[in-house]
Design a protein around this ligand. Structure first.
Ligand code: DGP
Length: 110
């Protein structure tokens, strides 16, 4: 079981930002920007590479946009990132979208 499944199951705490029937959003424990929230689907899918449900992916993206709006970074701008497998630095194998904002984000990422 991944750490994110434990957060979904309320076995370990998280600073929850938003929730609906499809997704949970919570602050990243190691924030890389003033706003750094993770959005996860309630279904356990290891990564984008293994996702087959377009509806689930859409719900994750819509929740990311909702979080950005509700945390006040919509107008200033934000980035949504899905690290996928080793070279991208994925460490938790429950699909998740990082929502990053509140500062200027450089491009390309390192
Ligand atoms: P990634 O590298 O894309 O797999 O990102 C995983 C993120 O998850 C990383 O930014 C740190 C965060 N994280 C890991 N463990 C926990 C935890 O127990 N709680 C919270 N809130 N975030 C976690």
């Amino acid at each position: 079981m991944t750490i994110f499944q434990k957060i979904l199951d309320r076995q370990i705490p998280a600073r929850i930002v938003a929730e609906d029937e499809h997704c949970l959003a919570f602050h990243d424990v190691n924030p890389q920007a003033p706003v750094h929230v993770l959005v996860i689907p309630k279904v356990a899918v290891r990564s984008l590479a293994e996702a087959t449900d377009a509806g689930m992916l859409g719900q994750v993206m819509l929740m990311a946009a909702r979080v950005a709006r509700e945390l006040g970074i919509e107008d200033s701008g934000y980035r949504v990132v899905l690290n996928t497998n080793g070279n991208a630095g994925q460490t938790v194998f429950h699909l998740h979208a990082h929502v990053l904002g509140g500062r200027v984000l450089t491009w390309p990422p390192g």
